[in-house]
Design a protein around this ligand. Sequence first.
Ligand code: AMP
Ligand code: MG
Length: 489
Amino acid sequence: MHQRLSSFSSIAFDNSYARLPERFFARLAPEPVARPELVALNHALAESLGLDAAYLSSDVGVAALAGNAVPPGAEPVAMAYAGHQFGGWVPRLGDGRAILLGEVVDRAGRRMDLHLKGSGRTPYSRNGDGRAWLGPVLREYVVSEAMAALGVPTTRALAAVATNEPVFREDILPGAVLTRVARAHVRVGTFEYFAGRGDADGVRILADYVIDRLYPQARDVANPYLSLLTEVVAAQADLIAKWMGVGFIHGVMNTDNMSVAGETIDYGPCAFMDSYHPDTVFSSIDHFGRYAYDAQPRMALWNLTRLASVLLPLLDAEPARAEALAHTVLEAFPDLYSTAWSAIFRAKLGLARERDGDIALIQELLAAMAADGADFTETFRALCDAIEDGGGPSGPAYAPWLARWRARLSIENTPADAVRARMRAANPAFIPRNHRIEEMIRAAVNGDFEPFERLSAVLARPFDDQPEHADLRVAPKPHEVVRATFCGT
Ligand code: AMP
Ligand code: MG
């Protein structure tokens, strides 16, 4: 056992992953940067983690967040993982530009990883430089925090530090390090890593670790590993339904970017849809629309099937029985997903009860929106004010639909203002719009962090109108539309 000498200000690390066998990771310290400068600190998150914001903003704290010093109690490791990238098997990926500093137990008693991204080269870096530049760091900060405020499970952003070192991409860009917080950085690809090496013990040790840490309810059942698979499948069904409900497109749903904790992880070329179309793709590298908006539930199941296949030997000693068990769990995904999706979209329409025809009503609205390229977020938000009178989306396509929807609402037998209030809690006014993110990044690169601060503050309350920030709410004008996002992280 290591000692916990946590004074008031330092970080009370309590590490568990670093206790796993040495083949699970590489132990090394982050690589120092030239001149670290704190550009963002998430005070609310620090508070919930029991961390002292004054310490984190001090020279010593910033040195820790930049990777310039290993704080007492930290045991930095670069985690090993593999993955299927766009369907192709890659046996060894791992943290190539990130490092798990250690874990803390938050105020709610949950064990959380503190992870630095952009912290230098590791044995998994291949040809990469181990670095990140300011743009993607601030993008992940804003989008992941917006997701949290929207009620979508996600990794969080604790801090962003500018390194004052150049990062060489197509251009010379300012470097940065993000401190990411997660329930665990165990990916489907972490399981695949051990399975791919024929390391059945490794798979079992990892499964036991994940059960203990994330799904303790699976520990004392007849078949804990089957229960683990069931929990992960359920968490993903719920997560993807939530993405769909806010128009989020992850963009790189490779198995190395799917967390077994059911959190959204790895904000690379992700984007929120402005204009609704089910085929929407932003990522410049997703040529065939593998990870398009509408494909996300199918691709989640594809990834879960990879997880199931590496867990097979743990499910039953008899291969045929193991396969049958896995099959049953995977088969449940479409129903779990549809149920979660229906509940979310029903809530978006203000329908608290469940009635036949609701799904058709939702589908008809989405079809009308797709036909005229309606803004996803604005259309649903406008419906909140269209319960009784003339408001809401206009145009001939919507008039008969609005009449049917109002008739359906009347069956709810709920006062209009109550329906409006619950719809406003299900339909955000603000999402991190791509053109605003890019504008924010351009400003930050020029040393102006005001747009970052404003975007962060507004997106912390996405369901409030905040009329003074209406410009951040509206859909992009044609010349502002962002059509592609880049992995260039
Ligand atoms: P991602 O596209 O962020 O999911 O990363 C896929 C893999 O590439 C992971 O193993 C990363 O650690 C690695 N990687 C991405 N960017 C870099 C970089 N700049 N230096 C080293 N490794 C990287
Ligand atoms: Mg990744």
